[in-house]
Design a protein around this ligand. Structure first.
Ligand SMILES: [Zn+2]
Length: 117
């Protein structure tokens, strides 16, 4: 399962951050998901809930934010948001482009409660 493997890596990242602080509770994890990543939100949430059972992350809310697809025109160099098809440069109408972002998945932020010193 693509999403399970992905989520295991993401949870490892969260746990690294959690272990550096005196965390008593993780309230929320915000995930940035590129529209080209092929990661299904339902599968991500399911994997998150399954993988956090019994740990410090249990009960934390998983929020998913979508990142737009950004293309760069090969003709004029303009970068533009390419959410629909066909992908056409808004400046010169060239259909020659390179996708420069939109397939990444990463932890954007974590909302935690820390132990008072
Ligand atoms: Zn262009």
């Amino acid at each position: 399962m693509h999403e399970t493997t992905l989520m295991q890596n993401l949870i490892a990242t969260v746990m690294e951050a959690v272990e550096k602080h005196n965390v008593t509770r993780v309230n929320r994890v915000v995930l940035s998901v590129g529209k080209l990543s092929n990661a299904l939100p339902d599968a991500l949430i399911f994997a998150f809930e399954a993988l956090t059972q019994g740990g410090i992350l249990q009960g934390a809310e998983l929020e998913i934010e979508y990142l737009p697809v950004i293309a760069r025109c090969r003709a004029c160099g303009r970068e533009y948001q390419a959410d629909g098809f066909p992908i056409i440069c808004p400046d010169c109408e060239s259909k020659n482009f390179t996708i420069i972002s939109g397939d990444e998945v990463y932890i954007k932020s974590i909302d935690i409660d820390c132990k008072k010193e």
